[in-house]
Design a protein around this ligand. Structure first.
Ligand SMILES: *[C@@H]1O[C@H](CO)[C@@H](O)[C@H](O)[C@H]1NC(C)=O
Ligand SMILES: *[C@@H]1O[C@H](CO)[C@@H](O)[C@H](O)[C@H]1NC(C)=O
Ligand SMILES: *[C@@H]1O[C@H](CO)[C@@H](O)[C@H](O)[C@H]1NC(C)=O
Ligand SMILES: *[C@@H]1O[C@H](CO)[C@@H](O)[C@H](O)[C@H]1NC(C)=O
Ligand SMILES: *[C@@H]1O[C@H](CO)[C@@H](O)[C@H](O)[C@H]1NC(C)=O
Ligand SMILES: *[C@@H]1O[C@H](CO)[C@@H](O)[C@H](O)[C@H]1NC(C)=O
Ligand SMILES: *[C@@H]1O[C@H](CO)[C@@H](O)[C@H](O)[C@H]1NC(C)=O
Ligand SMILES: *[C@@H]1O[C@H](CO)[C@@H](O)[C@H](O)[C@H]1NC(C)=O
Ligand SMILES: *[C@@H]1O[C@H](CO)[C@@H](O)[C@H](O)[C@H]1NC(C)=O
Ligand SMILES: *[C@@H]1O[C@H](CO)[C@@H](O)[C@H](O)[C@H]1NC(C)=O
Ligand SMILES: *[C@@H]1O[C@H](CO)[C@@H](O)[C@H](O)[C@H]1NC(C)=O
Ligand SMILES: *[C@@H]1O[C@H](CO)[C@@H](O)[C@H](O)[C@H]1NC(C)=O
Length: 816
């Protein structure tokens, strides 16, 4: 990047008598800018003018940041430079923005056909140069839709296969020549989108698949808010990508002349750009460096090796350092579970797990859960490997395994298929990663797992259901299929891990019992939920929770690691979340920490994505029924995870609503139709989400809220402010990075739509996600929400409700 920035000709600053040099952002017809004139955007963020690249004598017209360090983000006449300083930029008689040289020859034109009489050109504060119709403001042409080599905030890159339109980056030919170089980069609207850099027409770099929040082949992109990209893929050939959270002109990505994407970040104080990420940080990042069935590890020497079970196709070339020929399978024919012709019995193929890798290119996606993903791969003889990743689901490969890279962390697990006979040849250290592919129990039958284990346990405790569980109780990836071997832990182990359930280790109180922090002998931290011994009602919920949660895998759902049913004890073991639950941050000013607005936005989005997965993507259609701040846990990076599935219900087939006689939930979060009539659906979760959203925005609890006589709830207060046009006052006053009034209004608007009285009027979670991310800009006006009136519905008052005002879920002994 360096050269291009620093050594540009600074002459455009020297602006003497020219009238148009004063900072203006617009030129209209019959006006022009002559070299060295400039346009400067209203907020002074960007400027447009003539420049000369380093070691060049030519002049170009470009858009650059309006800062001392020259940073060009867009060039008009890339292919036709001016060879003197007599250039002019103006709107021509044919309604186009054009560049003329001293001889009035046209070197560049925006080249749109239009017959609009009254046009003007404006440089916006986003860095976008627009040509617009003055009579109605319509944009006729804009530089953001004709990207050069830089991807800036507020800009959108896209590929639309149906119209064959694309907006993509093209590198400069060299740091001194802005002409289009050999590298381009595009977003590819595959089933699972990926971002590519191309060298001519061959792939040069690949991001790995998008999992809804990050590209999983970029280990640095750990948490989606860091890089903050938003990607839309409509599965019909359109995909687009833009920055999500930044709006400060301090970040952009450049495709440089040697084909590397470089993310540059500008420090507001020093004003310097620093390189915060580069797509090519080692040779391994170059596409297919090690050829088909090879794997690249930047930490190894040599960097290339063959995947286990494979050997170099051409030993001489391979050792000569030309790895692109790749590798071949050592046991030439995969047994593929078939018996050989002589009738000799052969074993089924096995899968070898490779951890933390960039998965190969050319994947196919299947709508399957993990155990199914494995068995489908096993059943399909052309399936070479599979992987199951949160947020993507089941990926399989059939052609070849190309562009595999081993990371030291990040990436995902890849399971490659090998003939059983290969096991002996695999290096000892890899052998533990081999898993039998056979599926012993029909995994799709929805049987409460603990029932299965309980039976197995009671039938013969001594033949422990989990071999090796004593040594490494939670290492469940070692043998067999995940669903089967959700570990069944011994009470002893858990008691030891929690110091005999010492009060000091108690970290919370769930709906049906206390939760303790614990540490296993191997150092792994766990959260242990011990269902109250007395509460018989808990067992149903326990089974339910195990059944539900063991099938779910998503970044925004807390993970169940095991269970224990022993000595009248019912215990669930989860991953431990060091930062506890959301209520501690929101409502307790001396609490664990404080959340600024950007963090709150991330938390809200996380909850939304978790819910979307439950309602739609997990294919089980699950209603959580007890969403509330104390059930939202936070990981170290403050990503939110939904927990406590004790009350969740799974819907099958077309069913989308159910009646229950056992109304469970938490006061303050329950939708009216559920509290009153026991009817629950996705929309009752949406109601709870709406309450949560308002609580996160305002930092106040709905249930214990008291503003005045007339407004006994946070919902009522929000509604009151909304109608008085003072919705900004809803914002938690402690937040320092205040969002714009518009943004506050958007969040409140969505929150109020979610808590509407009539369930079917509330938006679905996927709509909410689009509303929050601004994809839907015109939001419907909310109607009067439920529970805003002072007098609670008389029906509720008659029922013997055992609500507790703290946050513990209660059962209402009622039904219809
Ligand atoms: C530009 O100049 C021409 C001739 O002088 C005039 O007819 C036309 O109206 C002008 N256009 C604008 C937008 O001022
Ligand atoms: C510009 O030219 C000088 C002298 O030839 C050379 O040292 C320098 O590397 C060149 N810079 C670029 C960016 O090409
Ligand atoms: C172009 O500019 C140069 C000085 O940079 C001047 O000498 C020359 O006459 C100009 N040519 C035209 C056609 O205006
Ligand atoms: C202008 O656009 C037309 C089609 O839209 C194309 O054929 C022509 O080559 C373009 N001209 C230039 C100078 O780019
Ligand atoms: C062009 O539009 C601007 C803004 O609407 C107006 O002020 C101006 O008079 C118009 N000029 C012509 C020539 O129509
Ligand atoms: C970013 O800023 C621009 C103008 O400054 C504004 O139009 C745009 O809506 C902002 N985007 C977001 C996401 O806030
Ligand atoms: C492009 O970026 C890569 C990686 O950051 C760097 O090694 C290379 O020198 C850059 N190339 C140019 C021409 O700036
Ligand atoms: C590596 O081998 C391939 C295929 O034999 C050949 O096309 C390529 O040019 C070789 N590359 C190098 C750097 O020798
Ligand atoms: C392989 O042979 C065994 C023993 O004859 C038989 O039980 C098994 O079903 C055969 N498997 C296949 C896939 O044909
Ligand atoms: C095997 O998988 C590939 C890719 O998913 C698919 O195209 C093919 O139809 C499958 N074959 C069988 C027999 O299922
Ligand atoms: C979250 O937990 C981590 C690890 O315990 C801690 O370092 C960090 O400060 C916590 N974050 C906040 C915002 O409290
Ligand atoms: C639930 O009850 C209502 C009336 O009480 C009835 O109309 C509806 O069909 C019932 N729904 C289901 C799924 O049973």
């Amino acid at each position: 990047m360096g050269f291009k920035l620093q050594a540009l000709c600074f002459s455009i600053f020297s602006c003497f008598f020219h009238k148009l040099c004063s900072a203006m952002d617009t030129i209209s017809a019959n006006q022009s800018i002559r070299d060295p004139g400039t346009l400067v955007s209203k907020g002074q963020k960007f400027k447009l003018g003539f420049f000369t690249p380093v070691n060049s004598t030519y002049r170009y017209v470009g858009i650059m940041y309006n800062i001392p360090v020259m940073t060009v983000i867009w060039v008009a006449n890339r292919e036709n430079p001016l060879n003197d300083a007599n250039g002019t930029l103006l709107i021509s008689g044919d309604g186009n923005l054009v560049i003329l040289n001293g001889q009035k020859q046209m070197l560049w034109s925006s080249n749109v056909s239009n017959s609009i009489p009254n046009l003007s050109t404006q440089l916006l504060d986003t860095g976008n140069l627009v040509l617009q119709d003055n009579s109605n403001g319509n944009i006729v042409w804009e530089s953001f839709l004709h990207a050069s080599d830089s991807f800036v905030e507020n800009m959108k890159l896209f590929t639309d296969l149906t119209t064959n339109k694309k907006n993509f980056l093209t590198s400069w030919r060299s740091p001194s020549d802005p002409a289009p170089g050999r590298f381009t980069s595009t977003i590819e609207p595959l089933e699972i989108p990926q971002y590519f850099v191309w060298l001519d027409n061959s792939p040069y770099w690949r991001s790995g698949p998008w999992d809804g929040q990050v590209f999983i082949g970029i280990p640095m992109m750990k948490s989606f808010h860091r890089a903050g990209l938003e990607l839309v893929n409509d599965n019909q050939g359109y995909a687009s990508m833009k920055f999500k959270y930044f709006n400060s002109s301090t970040l952009y990505i450049e495709l440089n002349a040697s084909g590397a994407l470089q993310q540059m970040f500008r420090d507001d104080k020093t004003g310097d750009w620093t390189l915060t990420w580069s797509s090519i940080s080692s040779e391994c990042d170059v596409y297919a460096k090690c050829g088909p069935f090879g794997s690249c590890n930047a930490q190894d020497r040599p960097i290339c090796s063959c995947l286990p079970g494979f050997e170099p196709k051409n030993d001489r070339e391979w050792s000569g350092g030309n790895w692109t020929t790749g590798c071949l399978r050592r046991a030439p024919v995969l047994e593929c579970g078939k018996n050989s012709s002589v009738g000799e019995v052969r074993k089924e193929d096995v899968f070898l797990r490779l951890e933390t890798v960039k998965v190969p290119d050319r994947l196919s996606w299947l709508p399957s859960l993990e155990p199914e993903c494995r068995s489908k791969c096993l059943d399909n003889c052309s399936c070479l490997a599979y992987s199951y990743h949160d947020g993507i689901g089941c990926m399989q490969w059939t052609e070849s395994l190309i562009d595999v890279q081993k990371f030291s962390s990040g990436g995902t697990d890849l399971y490659i298929r090998l003939a059983d006979s290969e096991i002996g040849n695999i290096k000892k250290k890899d052998r533990k990663a081999i898993i039998a592919a056979a599926v012993l129990v029909p995994v799709l039958i929805i049987v409460p797992l603990c029932t299965y284990f309980l039976w197995k346990y009671r039938a013969g405790r001594k033949q422990s259901a989990i071999r090796g569980a004593e040594k490494d109780p939670l290492n469940r990836n070692v043998y067999g299929v995940k669903l089967e071997e959700l570990p069944f832990l011994e009470f002893e182990t858990l008691s030891k891990a929690t110091d005999s359930f010492d009060l000091h280790n108690k970290i919370g109180q769930g709906g049906f019992g206390p939760v303790y922090k614990g540490m296993l002998a191997n150092g792994q931290e766990i959260a242990v939920k011990r269902l109250a011994r007395s509460s018989n009602q808990g067992v149903v919920e326990l089974m339910n929770e195990v059944e539900v949660i063991s099938k779910l895998q998503h970044r925004n759902l807390v993970r169940l690691l095991g269970c224990c049913v022993e000595r009248e004890e019912n215990i669930l073991v989860y991953e431990y979340m060091p930062n506890g639950s959301l209520d501690g941050y929101l409502f307790d000013s001396h609490g664990k920490g404080f959340l600024d607005w950007r963090q709150r936005v991330i938390i809200i989005e996380g909850i939304c994505r978790g819910l979307l997965y439950l309602h739609r993507d997990s294919r089980l259609r699950i209603i959580h029924r007890d969403l509330k701040t104390s059930n939202i846990l936070l990981d170290e990076e403050l990503n939110s995870k939904i927990s406590d599935f004790g009350m969740a219900r799974i819907f099958g087939g077309k069913e989308d609503q159910a009646n229950t006689t056992r109304v469970v939930g938490t006061y303050g979060y329950m939708a009216p139709e559920y509290a009153l009539h026991g009817r629950f659906s996705e929309k009752s979760d949406v109601f709870s989400f709406g309450v949560l959203l308002l609580e996160i925005v305002s930092g106040r609890r709905n249930a214990s809220f008291q503003y005045d006589e007339q407004t006994p709830s946070l919902i009522g207060y929000a509604w009151k402010l909304w109608n008085e046009g003072k919705i900004v006052e809803l914002m938690d006053p402690l937040v320092h990075d205040l969002p714009t009034e518009k943004e506050i209004a958007r969040y409140a608007n969505v929150g109020l739509l979610c808590v509407e009285e009539i369930a079917k009027d509330r938006p679905s979670i996927s709509t909410i996600l689009s509303m929050l991310s601004n994809e839907i800009s015109e939001l419907p006006r909310p109607r009067q929400p439920a529970f805003t009136l002072n007098q609670r519905s008389p029906e509720i008052e008659k029922t013997p409700i055992k609500y507790s005002l703290n946050d513990i879920s209660s059962t209402i002994i009622e039904g219809r």
